[in-house]
Design a protein around this ligand. Structure first.
Ligand SMILES: [Zn+2]
Length: 530
């Protein structure tokens, strides 16, 4: 029998060749019997490019058959087309018997033997009229469990009005539950044999994104005691430090800039005693060495003897799958390689692409190997890894796929080439500033606007991000713009989750500030880390 997903123990003892063999088996079955029949976008893409999905035998065949990669704007323009929908094919209703037989074939070919037996047995009872009604109900419930969207979280950027939802079904939720705990298990692995127990604190902002929810599910499973918070959202950071002290929290998960600039700063100034061993899981933003050092220093000053700082990597689109470091200086291990493959590609000048060799840098590209709801194959995330490997990790010894030095493609022109739109990451939220500027310009009172991404403390590249809006109103400047400022803040908060600083200035002054003839409508003035 083939696994659906590895436990952390299984992940540690399976070698990369075996993982690759299982990945390709799962990918083949998924493309042929789930994506091809049920995914409107890829069905059309295959037809338009004359691709026989039964020729695709491994992930690398995506490049061999020159199947176009999917950029973010294509997804945003076709949200419903990215959701697995077995009830329809090419716009027509599908025979329920065909839905069941496709799923039965898929479960057999992908090695999901329990699910296969369940479908086969109930299908046989329907055919033979042996308790057909209850068998039909079993199958119906199973299809709902697998395919009906239960919830969504938001992906970055947006087409119009709202950020784009990524849908999850109950089946996805189960897989999320199994996969997210492995992120934490990797983080604390060196301490577990000594009987160390985790008392953890979720310090991610509460929002409809993967971060808070995945951490919540994962920490709850593996902690002896768990404290869910919403970072500084509901309780001030100073109070959160008191809570950490009362409950002797020895594990903290959150975004690097919030933890360094708010939580650990509040800790530094408080009467706090750190536990002997502390683990900190960082995700949502690039992790810079000085940030990790600041956090470690604060904890050591407060009495910690050993501090482990670990980075996690995921995205709304990776949904139920994660990569996590085994050590602050180590690579990111894919802890759910049977559900999703991170691949690395280089774009060629003629629009084609190749999978890169292990020592080359590449754009992170997602391939789902399992799951339901919103599904992506060959999806460009906009992040770059400096290199990737398959084999035993030089730091922790786990044998499998892993990658190094993940960062964002920050150059605006390259971003448009790669993702089809321009985004900035501000306070961990990915924001489409072009769309924001257009929304604000459509306000009757606004003549011109410059959007600026900066830092709270411009002399500290690791301080919190801020969004500054320089607004020139129509007509001569008058005394009172309170309602305009409120409206601009409301629109910005709605579409970006960030509350901006709004500065009202005269049109001529704005033109001069923003570069005169070469008006810079969007600028990122954040100081670069050394
Ligand atoms: Zn490792």
């Amino acid at each position: 029998m083939t696994k659906t997903t590895f436990t952390f123990k299984e992940l540690k003892r399976t070698n990369h060749r075996e993982i690759k063999r299982m990945q390709d088996q799962k990918f083949r079955a998924f493309i042929r019997y789930q994506v091809w029949p049920n995914h409107p976008y890829y069905r059309r893409l295959f037809k338009e490019n004359d691709i026989d999905p039964f020729n695709i035998t491994c992930i690398e065949d995506w490049a061999k058959y020159k199947i176009p990669l999917v950029k973010k704007h294509e997804y945003k323009d076709n949200l419903a087309q990215f959701v697995l929908n077995p009830s329809q094919v090419d716009g027509k209703d599908r025979d329920p018997a065909k839905i069941v037989s496709d799923l039965m074939t898929y479960t057999k070919k992908s090695g999901k033997s329990d699910e296969y037996k369940f479908i086969r047995n109930n299908g046989a009872r329907v055919k033979l009229h042996l308790g057909a009604d209850s068998a039909k109900e079993n199958l119906q419930n199973h299809l709902t469990h697998r395919y009906a969207p239960l919830q969504f979280w938001l992906s970055s950027g947006r087409a119009s009005g709202l950020p784009s939802p990524v849908f999850l079904t109950r089946y996805d939720n189960e897989m999320l539950f199994k996969n997210c705990v492995k992120v934490g298990q990797m983080a604390v692995d060196p301490w577990i044999d000594s009987g160390w127990e985790l008392s953890s604190m979720n310090l991610f902002p509460y929002a409809p994104h993967l971060g808070w929810h995945a951490v919540n599910l994962g920490l709850k499973q593996m902690s002896k005691f768990y404290i869910a918070t919403s970072a500084g959202g509901a309780i001030p950071s100073e109070k959160l430090v008191e809570i950490a002290k009362s409950f002797k929290a020895n594990g903290f998960a959150g975004m690097p800039s919030y933890l360094r600039n708010r939580f650990f700063r509040a800790m530094k100034e408080s009467d706090y005693t750190a536990p002997e061993k502390v683990v900190v899981l960082l995700a949502g933003e690039k992790i810079y060495d000085p940030v990790a050092q600041d956090i470690t220093q604060t904890l050591q000053d407060k009495g910690a003897k050993e501090v482990r700082i670990i980075g996690g990597y995921a995205s709304s689109e990776s949904k139920i799958s994660f990569a996590v470091q085994c050590d602050h200086r180590g690579p990111y291990h894919n802890v759910s390689p049977l559900m999703l493959s991170f691949e690395f590609i280089a774009m060629n000048d003629d629009g084609t692409y190749d999978f890169v060799d292990e020592d080359e840098s590449g754009h992170v590209t997602l391939f789902h190997l399992d799951g339901a709801g919103t599904i992506f194959e060959g999806f460009l995330l906009g992040d770059v890894a400096s290199r990737h490997e398959n084999g035993p990790c030089p730091l922790c010894g786990i044998d499998g796929p892993f990658f190094w030095d993940i960062g964002r493609q920050n150059d605006a022109e390259a971003q448009i080439d790669i993702m089809g739109l321009r985004e900035k990451k501000i306070k961990g939220a990915t924001v489409n500033l072009t769309a924001l500027r257009e929304d604000l310009l459509s306000l009757g009172e606004v003549e011109e606007i410059q959007v600026e991404v900066a830092k709270e403390d411009m002399s500290d590249p690791y301080s919190m991000d801020v969004l500054n809006l320089y607004v020139a109103p129509k007509g001569p400047i008058t005394a009172n713009y309170d309602s305009l400022i409120l409206e601009i803040k409301r629109i910005t908060k709605n579409s970006t989750e960030v509350t901006p600083n709004v500065f009202i200035i005269a049109f001529e002054e704005l033109l001069e500030k923003a570069g005169g003839m070469k008006f810079m409508e969007i600028c990122d003035v954040r100081p670069k880390p050394a």
